[in-house]
Ligand binder design. Structure first.
Ligand code: ATP
Ligand code: MG
Length: 205
């Protein structure tokens, strides 16, 4: 039965390949033995930056960790994530700003709000009880020149050693990418909005 021989050969080659692969992966797992609070950046023009950050927030809560969120730029408070997460215990949720730039058209006021917002974020960064902090849409405060990047990086670097920080927003500055442990750039391949579909609850907000 030549077919049976072929199948058995295939199975045996597969088993060999998997054994070799497992050895490599096991060795890699053993060598990654450090623990630290991570700085993650989710940037790029594709959809999924904030929603990925909130996915990690859910994971952290599942582990019983206390978490904090500071939302910059967006002043809207009708998002599903805020409605859901701010109801959970162990969550500190701050919406900082009332929609900057094109909405307010008042640069001085926006700068003041961004700086006051950063003070709120700094307080969370100084609190070792908070194990994961999402700084949502923070990058715009740099591109608009509202916050001093060096100061923000100093404050992030001075956080408790086991605290994780996730920064989202398009156009993350290079210095932030250089400091981060994990950086993901989301690529825009297609977005329903360009086909005339308005923001859908549960998907976009
Ligand atoms: P999400 O919150 O859905 O993860 P995001 O954080 O990656 O999105 P933002 O730049 O913060 O993206 O924009 C938030 C809103 O804009 C969401 O409603 C999202 O669906 C929409 N959006 C994101 N990327 C695009 C895009 N490339 N074109 C049009 N709309 C987009
Ligand atoms: Mg976002």
């Amino acid at each position: 039965m030549p077919d049976t021989v072929t199948t058995s050969d295939k199975n045996s080659r597969h088993a060999d390949r998997m054994a070799r692969k497992k050895a490599v992966i096991d060795a890699a797992i053993l060598s990654a033995d450090q623990e630290k609070g991570l700085l993650l950046v989710l940037t790029g023009n594709g959809k999924g930056k904030s929603s990925s950050a909130f996915g990690m927030l859910a994971r952290a809560l599942g582990h019983g960790m206390k978490v904090g969120v500071a939302q910059f730029i967006k002043g809207r408070s009708d998002t599903g994530e805020e409605a859901f997460f701010s109801q959970q215990s162990g969550v500190e949720w701050h919406v900082l700003g009332e929609g900057f730039t094109w909405d307010t058209q008042d640069r001085e006021r926006d700068i003041e709000k961004a700086r006051a917002g950063w003070e709120v974020a700094r307080n969370m960064l100084a609190n070792p009880e908070i194990k994961l902090i999402v700084l949502d849409e923070l990058t715009y405060t740099f591109s608009l020149g509202y916050l001093d990047l060096a100061q923000v990086l100093d404050d992030i670097a001075a956080r408790p050693p086991m605290q994780h920080v996730v920064v989202t927003g398009r156009g993350a500055p290079q210095a932030l990418l250089d400091t981060a442990d994990t950086v993901t750039e989301l690529m825009d391949v297609k977005h329903a909005w360009r086909a005339g579909i308005k923001a859908q609850p549960g998907i976009d907000l």
